[in-house]
Design a protein around this ligand. Structure first.
Ligand SMILES: [Zn+2]
Ligand SMILES: [Zn+2]
Length: 488
């Protein structure tokens, strides 16, 4: 027995000596590799100074009913304590019942739970999200906040902001815009314990379902890059189609002018939706819409617009009615009649659109060989604004030169006995359009789609096709901004 034990001990001793030698040999071979890996890791650590910011995204409003599923399994935490483990595909249901109490005994009102899926994937009401869901239950419903890394958030955002089939550099430009917006909007929904919401109020975020093969490389290729002006992330305004030139932020929204939101020429969006548009508004439709604004009249004798320049944003539509002169804001007209933009002129409905509007018919095609050449060309280029236009007068078509101070007001006066309110300011009048009776409606011709401040998406897509880089595209639409790479 003793002998046997000794033998065993001896064998064990021999075996541990052998293991020690083997370990030594392995160390000699692998130590340099491990050391090298560690240095590389340290270098990565110092380059990536901080962790990727986590964004808290409020999903919808107060949910009366919810189903959470974990495709890969997961757990439910209360504080840091795990209260439930869910198997693969297991569901977590919750609903507010009619009397305001929960139906299932899963959570109590006033509780906040964290739902953490394996592989950081969790499904809420049939939609997959990355990151973690925080659910705060109350008698009114459940408030859901998705805690997600900012880069994963962008993968679920950019596709809703720009078509995923757009050129790669145009998508990258849109990604930098979305990241800058998200970064600058942290805490915007502070009262609800979130940074941003998932609707158009902030940026439309649809989680995994919005991810695309063409969007992911744009997010990865611009990782951490935001636009900065005076050390702050900029207000990244953009719109669908500017229609030839963008607008200064203060001209559209009032307030202080921002140095980076200046008007720029955009001869690139001619193929964009609503580059030019027209709209007829019959007198009855006009009257009933304006009644909503507490404006009423029986007869419209004349109409004019107040605008900083020809085919520029309309400040006011001025109506000369049987009940006096009424001014309606351009933004109100846009809202009431669902106009693509507030940038339009008036024209007689009998006048062909191009007679009035086509002073500069379409975006000129600038031949480009290299993007760099185009940048310098643009900087030295003269204004693209129309310098003259065709005007219908009693003596036929006349060419009118651009008046000093720009094109201001176009009139569509009704009858001679109805004095036109802004006659003194009228730069261009159309005497041939005068009528004897009241107007039967108004005809609008406009340019652009959206508020026209900041980046023009149709233009950015065209520039991507012309092989501009995303940096060049952003630099064209946002004046004097710098790109900064956040370290993570
Ligand atoms: Zn929001
Ligand atoms: Zn444009």
């Amino acid at each position: 027995m003793n002998l046997r034990r000794e033998k065993i001990i001896e064998t064990a001793g021999r075996s541990s000596r052998f293991r020690l030698l083997l370990l030594l040999a392995l160390c000699l071979v692998f130590l340099p590799i491990v050391a090298e890996a560690r240095t590389r890791n340290d270098r990565d650590q110092s380059r990536r100074a901080s962790a990727e910011p986590i964004l808290r995204v409020k999903l919808g409003g107060l949910h009366k009913k919810l189903t959470v599923r974990f495709p890969e399994g997961g757990q439910v935490l209360k504080g840091s304590r795990r209260i439930k483990t869910l198997r693969r595909n297991e569901k977590f249901d919750w609903a507010v019942s009619a009397n305001g109490k929960k139906k299932r005994r899963v959570a109590h009102n006033g509780e906040t739970l964290l739902l953490q899926g394996a592989k950081a994937i969790v499904e809420l009401n049939g939609k997959l999200y990355r990151g973690v869901l925080q659910i705060s239950f109350s008698a009114n419903g459940a408030l859901i906040v998705n805690h997600v890394g900012i880069e994963d958030y962008l993968r679920g955002v950019v596709g809703s902001e720009i078509g995923s089939r757009s050129p790669a550099e145009s998508i990258k430009a849109q990604t930098v815009i979305a990241r800058t917006y998200a970064y600058a909007s942290r805490g915007k929904h502070k009262a609800e314990g979130a940074d941003v919401c998932d609707s158009t109020h902030c940026q439309v975020y649809s989680g995994v379902s919005a991810e695309r093969d063409t969007i992911d490389p744009a997010v990865a290729g611009t990782r951490g890059i935001v636009m900065i002006s005076d050390g702050e992330p900029i207000a990244t305004l953009y719109h669908a189609t500017c229609g030839g030139m963008t607008s200064d932020n203060d001209k559209v929204y009032g307030g202080a002018p921002r140095g980076y939101l200046r008007r720029v020429q955009c001869p690139f969006c001619g193929a964009g939706i609503n580059y030019r548009w027209s709209r007829s508004i019959g007198i009855e439709k006009l009257k009933s819409a304006l009644r909503q604004e507490k404006i009423s009249f029986n007869r419209l004798w004349g109409v004019s617009i107040e605008s900083p320049g020809h085919l520029d944003r309309v400040t006011n539509l001025v109506l000369n009615t049987d009940r006096g002169v009424v001014k309606v804001k351009g933004t109100t007209i846009r809202r009431l009649f669902d106009l693509p933009s507030t940038t339009f002129v008036l024209a007689d409905r009998k006048l062909p659109a191009k007679t009035v509007v086509a002073a500069r018919p379409a975006a000129p095609v600038i031949p480009v060989t290299r993007p760099a050449r185009l940048v310098s060309e643009l900087q030295t280029r003269n204004e693209h604004l129309p310098q003259q236009m065709l005007v219908m007068t009693a003596a036929g078509l006349k060419r009118a030169q651009k008046p000093e101070g720009g094109w201001r007001v176009m009139t569509l006066a009704a009858s001679p006995e109805a004095p036109f309110p802004d006659e003194g300011n009228s730069a261009v009048q159309l005497p041939a359009m005068q009528r004897r009776g009241p107007l039967g409606g108004i005809e609008l011709f406009g340019r652009g789609y959206g508020h026209q401040v900041g980046l023009c998406q149709s233009g950015a897509i065209e520039l991507g096709k012309r092989e501009w880089s995303y940096r060049q595209i952003l630099a064209h639409y946002y004046s004097n901004v710098a790109l900064r790479s956040l370290d993570y």
